[in-house]
Design a protein around this ligand. Structure first.
Ligand code: SAH
Length: 382
């Protein structure tokens, strides 16, 4: 279940990665430590693209930084925009791997959906991200880079408001790299996004949930349940075999007790698979009177996979049973449906065809897949 780590680029250290000791570097360069704060402020808060933008730094320092460090380690392999304001970046990493991240606009919300790994080891049978397994963990710097690149898509008078870690990968399998990135996102002179507006979505790894409960219970936790009973959950989410629904719920409950934050349970609704009235009743019984929200996500077809989208009738029936049982439930709205805003899908598609930089909907291939799961509904209002 653990993903290999790929060493950092063997060229220059990544300035955006907190693992790079900028104060020590500055000291060695004969510079005061406070410049570190200034440089980070330029990059995280003031959207500087390059050292040349950092006009209050001495020119000689800018030249040295330029020569000895790197701000960006990724390149934009593709940039897509949908009519509803959703924008998606396919980023190429220094080792040629590709990841996806998305900006969603909804009212005044500006939510970003970011990836935590290249690929995924969890093997959920309906998900495009894990079809080829996991390649590696993302570094903290690569996670931060997604946030900063997406923030730069906004006009100067707009800020990111929410983060959902719902892109490629299992975030709780890469907590060591993710948590410092999410801490950076909260810095007041950086993106300044409060912890309450950050959602971590997990397949449900009890030990890692417990670690989060102990170290960092302020995040909004979304647990991908998809079935109330073990045989079906194991069929859909193979990693469940060695965990089990009870252990997932027990860990989620412990998190809720410590955090006091309402939990979200995600339920991908698959036609004729987990969408029957019995499935809805089993889910209502399982969740009982927990202070939880069930986020029903109608399955979005992934090319080559045999699963069906749920019919309108089965979806409404499913929701009705939950509502009657007084379970808080919402259906996730679709966003960015024209631009393959489905993490894992664009990467696979792009691997099969030449990539154009700055692709827009008008010059996109017509055989695109549809959106899978990006939504800002998962982030609690706040
Ligand atoms: N590994 C994390 C993050 C995954 S993506 C997790 O399992 O939660 C976020 C959500 O999208 C998960 O609930 C995932 O099951 C769901 N998802 C994946 N593929 C989907 C598809 N084809 N249609 C609808 N939802 C999908």
């Amino acid at each position: 279940m653990t993903a290999p780590d790929i060493p950092a680029p063997n060229s220059r250290p990544h300035l955006l990665d907190p693992a790079f000791d900028l104060p020590a570097w500055l000291k060695a360069a004969g510079q005061p430590a406070w410049r570190g704060k200034s440089i980070r402020g330029w990059l995280h808060g003031r959207r500087a693209e390059s050292f040349a933008d950092m006009t209050d730094l001495p020119a000689s320092l800018r030249t040295r930084l330029e020569a000895e460090t790197a701000i960006w380690t990724t390149s934009v392999a593709r940039h897509q925009q949908a009519d509803d304001g959703t924008e998606k970046l396919l980023l190429e990493l220094h080792d040629g791997q590709r990841i996806e991240c998305v900006l969603l606009r909804d009212g005044i919300r500006r939510t970003v959906c970011i990836s935590s790994q290249v690929g995924c080891a969890m093997g959920c049978v309906f998900c495009a991200s894990g079809l080829d397994g996991v390649v590696r963990n993302l570094t903290t710097g690569e996670i931060i880079e997604q946030l900063l690149r997406l923030a730069r898509l906004l006009p100067a008078d707009e800020r990111l408001s929410h983060i959902v870690v719902m892109g490629m990968g299992e975030p709780l399998a890469n907590l060591d790299r993710l948590l410092p990135a999410l801490a950076a996102a909260q810095e007041p002179d950086g993106l300044g996004i409060s912890q309450r507006r950050i959602t971590i979505s997990t397949v449900g790894l009890p030990q890692a949930i417990d670690r989060l409960s102990t170290e960092n219970p302020g995040y909004h936790l979304a647990v991908s349940l998809h079935a109330a009973e073990d045989p079906l959950r194991t069929q859909l989410v193979p990693v469940n075999k060695s965990i089990g629904v009870d252990a997932v719920l027990a860990a989620a409950d412990r998190y809720w007790q410590v955090s006091g934050r309402r939990l979200t349970f995600e339920y991908v609704l698959l036609g004729n698979l987990n969408d029957s009235p019995d499935h809805a009743r089993a889910l209502a019984t399982l969740l009982g009177r927990r202070a939880a929200l069930v986020n029903v996500i109608p399955y979005n077809a992934v090319a080559g996979l045999p699963w069906e989208e749920p019919s309108d009738r089965s979806r409404e029936r499913f929701l009705e049973i939950l509502r009657t049982a007084e379970v808080n439930v919402q259906v996730r709205r679709r966003k960015g449906s024209r631009i393959d805003a489905a993490c894992g899908q664009l990467r696979r598609l792009a691997a099969q065809q030449p990539v154009t930089i700055g692709n827009r909907p008008s010059d996109r291939p017509k055989d695109e897949h549809r959106q899978q799961h990006h939504s800002e509904d998962a982030a609690e209002p706040g």
